[in-house]
Structures are given as structure tokens and as C-alpha cells.
Write a protein that binds this ligand. Structure first.
Ligand SMILES: NC(=O)c1ccc[n+]([C@@H]2O[C@H](COP(=O)([O-])OP(=O)(O)OC[C@H]3O[C@@H](n4cnc5c(N)ncnc54)[C@H](O)[C@@H]3O)[C@@H](O)[C@H]2O)c1
Ligand SMILES: [Zn+2]
Length: 362
């Protein structure tokens, strides 16, 4: 087992990473020295089917536990499910010393975290991630649910008391979810760690990833994310760099419709565009063709569906939370492993996106 410590302006907490560590959950949770009068274990239907009962039994040996299951997928990040979970917490007589455990991917983490942040004005919250993508979402304290008018619009910054990452759970993850999570690993490497990116480039197929590599990806990805969050918990400055690939990625996700493309596939498209912009607008030196081929080999999309127009995507980007006064802050690379932000007007961005799309269909 490896342990990392996340330090933010508001708190500090351990991240335990290792194969099979769910079996040590009792000791690890006890080591936090929290009152833990009772536990609400929140999970989704799929994770419940695979590991719910086992996890419940492990915790139940020591604490009073209630397990609640939400539907799998983005649909669970709704105000309706949020309200149902609050009702469960109240009827289970949870108090201010109780704790919520998020046992699942980014959806369960964001949802359960927001329940914890608001139940009785905030109770303890533990992340037990079960997807690769959750190496990103479980660290940093952004928790939220969606509004019908937009994703993650209702939320908070609320740090967990610990993250218990049992990497053995990832063995059952469908390949498309593994690829989705790996896009965030690749993002972390692009923005902060050239040597790590080179290691990742040796992976030529998702099926070839072994446990050791998976553990390393999670460790490195979390190290990078936490070092950013340490410096800028509330996204007032450099935390925005983590949006590399996300400006277009979010627009693609919304335009395709949630569930039609994974977050990681959309971000992979966004990163390929961001690499193009980095090269053209920032003079970043790289072998872009090599990256394009690599993304393709790993199974990521490399072009946006023809029927989605550039202007629709640019309008989406202009509505992004990060746009101010018609100028969009777009994250680019100065060089691999070194990131910066670049302000673009709507017309400039539209121009780049058109050019890149012409190139990809050439
Ligand atoms: N808070 C943040 O900083 C942050 C960062 C990135 C993403 N997110 C959020 O994360 C969410 C996406 O997270 P995700 O990609 O983990 O999706 P997810 O939680 O929906 O999980 C993906 C799918 O995999 C299944 N699954 C989970 N663990 C499994 C396992 N071990 N074996 C088999 N199947 C398993 C789930 O049931 C689900 O169907 C989005 O809502 C996004 O907004 C948040
Ligand atoms: Zn992301």
C-alpha cells in the first residue's frame, strides 16, 4: 500500500492506494481518529452488484452501517436522488459525528460528497473510488449534482477525510470506462510530467496495462492533481490548468448528449484540439502526429462527428463557467509538461476549431 497526503488551505487528508485494501477498511478508517457514530454507504447498482455486500459486511463488523444504492451512470447526479439520500440519512438517524462513504466512480463521489457537504451543514465524508477516472474526481474536493440546465451547477468545495483506493476493484471495469479514466491520467502527464508521459506512450493497447502500471498511473495522477489543489483549492488560479482538453471536451459531451460519449473520450478529443492550438498559437514543439496515432491506437475518437457544427460547439464553449466577458481562457501547452492559459475571442477559437477539423478529415 502507498500513501499520499493531500494538503489544502482548508484541510489535509491521506490517500491510501493498494490492491485489496478494502479488506483493511476498518483499520484504515479507525486510524483517522474520527468519531464515526454511524456510516451511510452510498454506491451505485453496478458496484453494489459486484462488491456492495462484501463492503457492507466489512464495515458492519465495527460500525452501524446503512447501504443505499443509486442508479448507475450520470443520471444519478440529480436533485431528486440527492433529496432521497438526505431522506435516507435523516431516517437512519445520522448525526453530526456520522460519516458518508462514497463507494463508486466519479458519479457516486460527486453525489455522495454533496450530500455529505450539506447534511447538517457538513459531516465526514470518505471516498472509496472504484473507477480509474475517480483518481481525478476523488481528490480535490469538488462535489456536485447536475441541474437539468447544466452539469455540476449545484455543488460545493468539500474535501473528504480520506481516500481509500482499492485498485483491485478496477479489474472488473469495462474497457470503455478504463479508457475514459486513462484520458485524465494522460492529461495529468501532458500538463505536468513529461517523463511520465513517455512511460505512458509505451502503452500500445489498454489490454496490455498490468496491475503495476495501473497502480503507478493512479499514484502519479493523484500526485499531480493534489499538488495543484494544494496550491489552489478553490480554482482561483492554477487549478484551471486541470481543464486542459476540457473546454472542447465539455462542449462535445453536452452536444453529443450525456451517456453518448464518455467524459474521457470527449476530453481526449479536447486534448487533441488543444495540442493543435498549442502548436499553432503557442509555438509548442511536439510530434503531434505521434500523439494522434497513439490516441487512435488506444481507441479514442480522433474526430468530432460531422453533424455537430463548429459554431454550435464554440457557442457551448462561450457559455462555459470559465468564460468572462466574451473571452475564453483556453489551456495550452508551452511545451510538454508545461502549461499556460491563453485568452481567445469567439472568432479566434472558431477559426482554430475549423482549421483543426479540416485537418482531421484531410
Ligand atoms: N469532482 C471532480 O473533480 C470530478 C472530476 C472529473 C470527473 N468528475 C465527475 O465524475 C463523473 C464520471 O465518473 P466516472 O467516469 O467514474 O463514471 P461513473 O461513476 O458513472 O462510473 C462509470 C461506470 O462504471 C461502473 N463501475 C464503477 N466502478 C466499477 C467497477 N469497479 N467495476 C465495474 N463497473 C464499475 C459504474 O456503475 C458506471 O456505470 C462525472 O459525473 C464527472 O462530472 C468529477
Ligand atoms: Zn475531466
Amino acid at each position: 500500500m502507498r500513501t499520499l497526503h493531500v494538503e489544502t488551505a482548508s484541510s489535509s487528508y491521506p490517500v491510501f492506494i493498494g490492491e485489496g485494501i478494502r479488506k483493511q477498511a476498518s483499520e484504515l478508517l479507525s486510524s483517522l481518529n474520527r468519531p464515526l457514530t454511524s456510516i451511510l454507504l452510498i454506491t451505485d447498482e453496478e458496484v453494489d452488484r459486484l462488491y456492495g455486500e462484501e463492503m457492507f459486511r466489512i464495515l458492519e463488523e465495527k460500525w452501524s452501517v446503512k447501504k443505499v444504492t443509486v442508479p448507475s451512470g450520470e443520471q444519478a447526479k440529480s436533485l431528486e436522488v440527492y433529496t432521497r439520500l438526505q431522506t435516507e440519512a435523516i431516517s437512519f438517524h445520522m448525526d453530526r459525528s456520522s460519516c458518508i462513504i462514497a463507494f463508486g466512480g466519479g458519479v457516486v463521489g460527486d453525489l455522495a460528497g454533496f450530500v455529505a457537504a450539506t447534511f447538517m451543514r457538513g459531516i465526514d465524508f470518505i471516498q472509496m473510488p472504484t473507477t480509474l477516472l475517480a483518481h481525478d474526481s476523488a481528490v480535490g474536493g469538488k462535489v456536485a449534482v447536475n441541474h437539468p440546465m447544466g452539469k455540476n451547477l449545484i455543488g460545493a468545495f468539500y474535501q473528504p477525510k480520506a481516500v481509500l483506493y482499492d485498485t483491485e476493484l478496477l479489474h472488473t471495469l469495462p474497457q470503455k470506462e478504463l479508457r475514459s479514466g486513462m484520458a485524465e491520467v494522460i492529461k495529468h502527464a501532458f500538463i505536468y510530467d513529461q517523463a511520465f508521459l513517455e512511460e505512458l506512450l509505451s502503452i500500445q493497447a489498454l489490454d496490455d496495462i498490468n496491475s503495476e502500471q495501473l497502480n503507478e498511473m493512479i499514484y502519479k495522477g493523484i500526485s499531480i492533481k493534489s499538488s495543484v489543489v494544494n496550491q489552489d483549492e478553490k480554482e482561483e488560479g492554477i487549478r484551471a490548468f486541470l481543464n486542459f482538453g476540457h473546454t472542447l471536451g465539455h462542449a462535445v459531451e453536452a452536444e453529443y448528449g450525456y451517456g453518448q460519449i464518455t467524459h474521457g473520450d470527449a476530453v481526449a478529443l479536447g486534448m487533441q484540439f488543444a495540442l493543435y492550438v498549442s502548436e499553432q498559437a503557442e509555438g509548442c514543439q511536439m510530434d503531434r502526429e505521434l500523439f494522434t496515432e497513439w490516441f487512435k491506437k488506444l481507441g479514442y475518437p480522433h474526430r468530432i462527428k460531422q453533424e455537430v457544427s463548429t459554431s454550435v460547439l464554440v457557442n457551448r464553449m462561450m457559455n462555459d463557467k470559465k468564460t468572462r466577458g466574451g473571452i475564453i481562457q483556453f489551456i495550452v501547452l508551452k511545451q510538454i509538461g508545461q502549461v499556460a492559459d491563453h485568452a481567445f475571442s469567439k472568432d479566434e477559437l472558431e477559426n482554430w476549431l475549423n482549421k483543426w477539423r479540416m485537418e482531421e478529415t484531410a
